[in-house]
Design a protein around this ligand. Structure first.
Ligand code: NAD
Length: 251
């Protein structure tokens, strides 16, 4: 694992109880950040905190729904109590229903937009002023390859992830002068519980072939990019969208 300087600061990571968020939490903690492991599920957040502490790192669990603005606001004080908040990774996300637009339920649409797009706005609304008040820092919003291309039967997910790119650009323009960098990351298909919950084995095998590298990625291959982007090594990178997709969108 490469090492990046994220010492003497805290980091909020949403959806950190599983998959990509868990890998980001472990990697940032291993690199010296004090981590708020935020997740809807207290048990999985607690398990990741235990892993970090066992490895010699610093972390606390913060259970709650990232699409509740009060939870987004509450995470700030929890982070600042550990060390100055300078990093946020807005990663929590859901797959949503698989249906064509004509059959897509209004309830399903609203839920996906609320968790995958609106919740990131709620997070940024409190994170950006707090990070600026601490002298600056860096934020990553977890988009997807589906932030730049479509995917049949997933209109709400695709729309939310495209929306995150615009939100990321606006945040970078509005907070750059206060030394806050905001970027979006676009993973290809990454083997996590989210993928297992939404795609059967035959579909996963087919999708693996859509990547130039012929396979799905691992959570660690995403966390490596996130750790770089939030570290001081990426000090001139802001407002941009960074793919980690094994060549999926090269076709
Ligand atoms: P995952 O299901 O393994 O983990 C997601 C975590 O988010 C879970 O721990 C879940 O409890 C939490 N979560 C869900 N809704 C929440 C909410 N409202 N509030 C707080 N926590 C909540 O999923 P993953 O594959 O690790 O995905 C993480 C992010 O990466 C998502 O935004 C997803 O869209 C994105 N992504 C995943 C892939 C992939 O192929 N796995 C590809 C591109 C982008």
């Amino acid at each position: 694992m490469a090492t990046y300087d994220v010492d003497n600061r805290s980091a909020i990571i949403t959806g950190a109880g599983s998959g990509i968020g868990r890998a980001v939490a472990l990697e940032l903690a291993a690199n010296g950040a004090s981590v708020v492991v935020a997740d809807l599920h207290a048990d999985t957040a607690d398990a990741v905190v235990a892993e970090i502490i066992a490895a010699g790192g610093i972390a606390v669990a913060f259970a709650g729904d990232s699409s509740d603005p009060a939870i987004a606001e509450g995470a700030i004080a929890v982070a600042n109590a550990l060390a100055p908040l300078k990093i946020a990774v807005n990663n929590a996300g859901i797959g949503g229903p698989a249906a064509s637009i004509g059959d897509y339920s209004l309830e399903g649409w609203r839920h996906v937009i609320e968790v995958n797009l609106n919740a990131v706005f709620y997070g940024l609304k409190f994170q950006l002023p707090a990070i600026a008040a601490n002298g600056g820092g860096a934020v990553v919003n977890m988009a997807s390859i589906l932030g730049s291309v479509g995917f049949p039967m997933s209109s709400a997910y695709v729309t939310a992830k495209h929306g995150l790119l615009g939100l990321t650009q606006n945040a970078a323009l509005e907070y750059g002068a206060q030394n806050v960098r905001i970027n979006a990351v676009g993973p290809g298909f990454i083997h996590t519980p989210l993928v297992d919950a939404n795609l059967d084995a035959a579909t996963q095998d087919f999708l693996a072939t859509k990547h130039a590298l012929g396979r799905m990625g691992t959570p660690q291959e995403v966390s490596a990019l996130v750790a770089f982007l939030v570290s001081d090594a990426a000090s001139f990178i802001s407002g941009s969208y960074h793919l980690v997709d094994g060549g999926y969108t090269a076709q």
